[in-house]
Design a protein around this ligand. Structure first.
Ligand SMILES: NC(=O)c1ccc[n+]([C@@H]2O[C@H](COP(=O)([O-])OP(=O)(O)OC[C@H]3O[C@@H](n4cnc5c(N)ncnc54)[C@H](O)[C@@H]3O)[C@@H](O)[C@H]2O)c1
Length: 330
């Protein structure tokens, strides 16, 4: 099958070509999918997309007009695709519904440990032979209460690791995960979880219900001196409200692998340009905030599964088979 893969970096190409083994006719572009670049896919029955490709109504209409019938998303999250419009246009959408939850959960723990012990600041200091400790004091993780928002596959692994640190576990979800309950997790309404947790980690998908789940109102409830970690999707946090909470000194630390306006910025080297996103620039100025560029999934194991599953999805579609990765509008 002829496939145009958007938003491709050297590592995407290497892993996709390896997983493909010559089976499909893969073409690659560094361009991100949007209404303008949809025309590149004219004549391609399949496109392959990533988290910040824009598969909204206008793009989908252009893809459909050009003959595209499959979107193979090479990620778990799919909030960038308008599934209702895709279905109406006869475009099948598939994703990678499962890959190493350890990749993301372990990264969330890395962010937590880094911001708690200020390792990002220590790294910069020691590079200049500054070995002073002022400003680097953290807190023991052992004995703290951890609030897990979204207790699915990644939330469960995160909770399991933090249980190993000797933490108490609280959870917030629309459904309780029996494996989390078995770890000793106690489910609470969100505001109560925020008020009681020393550490809050977000692992829920971005949906209309979870958009700005962390906002001025919920940040007003958060325990003073809490650490907030987000490896889920940027849209879960109202960034302006978060900046206000940081300015007020209400949080000990914040680790963000995702940002609500990351599209067009993350996965790119913008070091030679003027940063025009004042909100992101302000976030990065806080010494107790660590921003990474959506890299939690980026382990060898996870990436291999992502690319192999993407190729399997394309093959199944071509051969008329459905599988667990077909997305349907809710
Ligand atoms: N940063 C990264 O590189 C990266 C990589 C993979 C996944 N993610 C994000 O992590 C998220 C979680 O992944 P997962 O594999 O654990 O998914 P999952 O589907 O196993 O778990 C998600 C959990 O969120 C819960 N949830 C759904 N709606 C909710 C709501 N309104 N309020 C509270 N909880 C709600 C679900 O019930 C489920 O238990 C993904 O949706 C994706 O956005 C990020």
């Amino acid at each position: 099958m002829r496939v145009l893969a958007y938003d491709i970096h050297s590592y995407d190409r290497e892993f996709l070509e390896h997983a493909n083994g010559g089976r499909h006719d893969l073409h690659f572009t560094t361009a991100q999918l949007d209404p303008r670049t949809a025309m590149l896919a004219r004549g391609f029955p399949a496109v392959c997309t990533f988290v910040n490709d824009d598969a909204s109504a206008e793009t989908l209409e252009r893809l459909a007009a050009g003959g595209t019938r499959l979107i193979a998303q090479r990620s778990m999250g799919f909030n960038n695709i308008d599934l209702a419009i895709a279905e109406r246009l006869g475009i099948t959408c598939m994703r990678v519904s499962a890959y190493s939850p350890y990749a993301v959960a372990e990264f969330a723990v890395s962010l937590l440990l880094t911001v708690n012990r200020r390792i990002h600041r220590a790294y910069n200091r020691t590079r200049e032979f500054n070995f002073r400790l002022g400003g680097l004091m953290g807190r023991d993780i052992h004995g703290k209460t951890v609030g897990v928002v979204g207790t699915g596959k990644i939330g469960l692994v995160f909770a399991t690791i933090l249980k190993g640190f000797g933490c108490g576990l609280l959870g917030y979800d629309v459904v309780q995960n029996p494996e989390c309950v078995a770890l000793g997790m106690r489910y609470l309404p969100l505001q109560e979880l925020l008020a009681a947790s020393d550490i809050v980690s977000l692992h829920a998908p971005l949906t209309p219900q979870t958009h700005h789940l962390i906002n001025a109102e919920s940040l007003a409830c958060i325990k003073a001196g809490a650490i907030l970690i987000n490896t889920s999707r940027g849209g879960l946090i109202d960034t302006e409200a978060l900046i206000e909470a940081l300015r007020a000194g209400r949080l000990q630390g914040v680790g963000l692998d995702v940002y609500e306006e990351e599209e067009g910025k993350f996965f790119k080297d913008l070091s030679d340009t003027v940063m025009t996103d004042d909100t992101l620039a302000r976030l990065i100025t806080f010494g107790n905030v660590l921003v990474t560029g959506h890299q939690a999934f980026f382990t060898n194991e996870a990436f291999r599964t992502i690319t192999e599953t993407t190729i399997r999805n394309i093959t199944d579609f071509e051969e008329g088979r459905s599988n667990e990765n077909v997305l349907r509008p809710r």
